[in-house]
Write a protein that binds this ligand. Structure first.
Ligand SMILES: *Cc1c(COP(=O)(O)O)cnc(C)c1O
Length: 449
């Protein structure tokens, strides 16, 4: 099998996600035969460092022996069983472990099989909670500008990235949008913290005026990932938690992308010292192996649904593969690696190396921002450094960096004009420095003409 053979067959039968398929007339999908650690390898021996963790899911490398072993062991016992009326060891063990590692007060785990589905479940639970408490008028949700929460209709409605949302706007429920604390938009001379506090004033006003009609505020703590890896100060969520308590509104933390160490702490909410009412997790939950997601919530929320069957207060929501045992076994192996290898602590060194590897780009005439939160680092190209005027989206400058990366053993799939590193934690210093070099070359090429 050669690369070209597989690509030719692919084009005939596969419709790729988040892709204008006509693009493949010029650059087809990259065929991957195998993965090992940070490396992905094609059919002709070319290899690429997976700098974006295959869309932010992979934590400990491809074909990780410990995770592979956990799958083997679980498959020999039980591949799947209905979770309504039945249970199994992996789901009980995982729930106990998740309650242990997440912020204090999250005591119940509800499972689904992808991030969007977890967001949907949290939205329905929040609305239903208020209804069970005799407050059916609370039916609106608040989000932040530039947010992303998935692609199913409910999750898409909660997002605010026009590229994904605009087309479907007529199909979507209306939400109340507060301005993001995204530090990229701060004024000259303003600190990230001051800007977050200033943006919070609008959120406070929305909650003060409309809390009778609001179930929950839904946010991505610390990094708006799909929105271009935009970052904000943790004070925003500390304030938001206080305000949600004051006004009787839930806080739904979508940690689907930022959870499991991406921001430098196990969960982003820790940096704001808060416990959300709902925490949605997926992506890193299974270290890039299998689709699984979970909504963690409080005893207070759980208790609002707990009653005799005929009251119809129960949360009658399910997915076929809810709590899949193999997925749970993988998640348990993932948590074991975090614990046994002291991952969060060891990542601190890697994130310093990431910063050093691109520190020179801060002075680049077409780099508007180099920003970092722990194990996530983003570089934003701009047309005009002084005004931060962006390159027009149709010029697709980020794709030029991506194409250069492929010639230099690096997978740097961009978000518009933003190139970023969100690597598996098994990456080495040397590999990070290589990525720093490749992205520098790529940006130099991308900004020409
Ligand atoms: C990826 C993502 C989702 C959606 O998860 P899927 O598994 O792709 O449905 C939701 N929220 C955030 C913050 C994400 O990054």
């Amino acid at each position: 099998m050669r690369n070209a053979d597989l690509v030719a067959r692919d084009i005939k039968s596969v419709w790729h996600p988040c892709t204008q398929m006509k693009d493949y007339e010029t650059l087809g999908p990259v065929p991957i035969k195998r993965g090992k650690g940070v490396w992905l390898e094609d059919f002709e021996g070319n290899r690429f460092i997976d700098a974006v963790s295959s869309w932010w899911v992979n934590l400990f490398g491809h074909a990780n022996p410990r995770i592979n072993a956990a799958i083997q062991e679980q498959i020999g016992e039980l591949e799947h069983v209905i979770l309504a009326g039945f249970t199994h060891e992996p789901v009980v063990n995982l729930s106990e472990r998740l309650i242990e590692v997440t912020p204090e007060g999250l005591n119940k785990c509800f499972y689904a099989d992808n991030g969007s589905s977890a967001v949907e479940a949290a939205l329905k639970m929040s609305y239903h909670y208020w209804k069970n408490h005799g407050k059916p008028a609370k039916k609106n949700f608040v989000n932040l500008s530039n947010s992303y929460h998935g692609e199913t209709l409910g999750a898409l409605a909660l997002g605010d990235v026009p590229l994904y949302k605009s087309t479907y706007a007529p199909l979507l429920m209306e939400v109340i949008t507060a301005p993001s604390p995204d530090a990229y938009n701060k004024e000259a001379g303003e600190t990230d913290e001051d800007f977050a506090l200033r943006q919070f004033e609008v959120m406070e006003k929305i909650l003060a005026e409309q809390h009778d009609e609001i179930c929950a505020v839904v946010t991505e703590p610390l990094i708006q990932c799909a929105g271009g890896m935009r970052m904000h100060h943790p004070i925003y969520h500390t304030k938001l938690r206080e305000a949600c308590d004051r006004y009787g509104v839930h806080l739904i933390a979508d940690e689907i992308a930022v959870g499991f160490g991406r921001t430098g702490t196990m969960f982003a909410s820790e940096q704001s010292n808060i416990t959300p009412d709902f925490m949605c997790l997926s992506k890193g939950l299974t270290a890039g192996y299998l689709p699984l997601s979970v909504v963690l919530t409080t005893n207070d929320v759980f208790d609002a649904f707990y009653d005799n069957y005929e009251t119809l207060k129960a949360f009658l929501h399910s997915h076929s593969y809810t709590g899949n045992p193999i997925g749970c076994a993988v998640a348990l192996a993932t948590l074991d690696i975090f614990r046994d290898d002291n991952v969060i602590e060891n990542n601190k060194h890697l994130s310093r190396v990431m910063a050093e590897s691109v520190s020179h780009l801060a002075d680049h005439p077409h780099v508007g921002d180099v920003r970092q939160q722990g194990m996530t680092l983003a570089i934003e190209m701009v047309k005009n450094k002084a005004t931060k005027e962006p390159f027009p989206f149709a010029e697709r400058r980020g794709m030029r960096v991506f194409k250069h990366g492929l010639t230099r053993e690096a997978l740097l799939r961009p978000l518009g004009n933003v190139s970023y590193f969100m690597p598996p934690y098994v990456i080495t210093e040397e590999q990070i420095r290589h990525l720093g070099q490749v992205v520098t070359e790529g940006i130099d090429i991308a900004v020409r003409d």
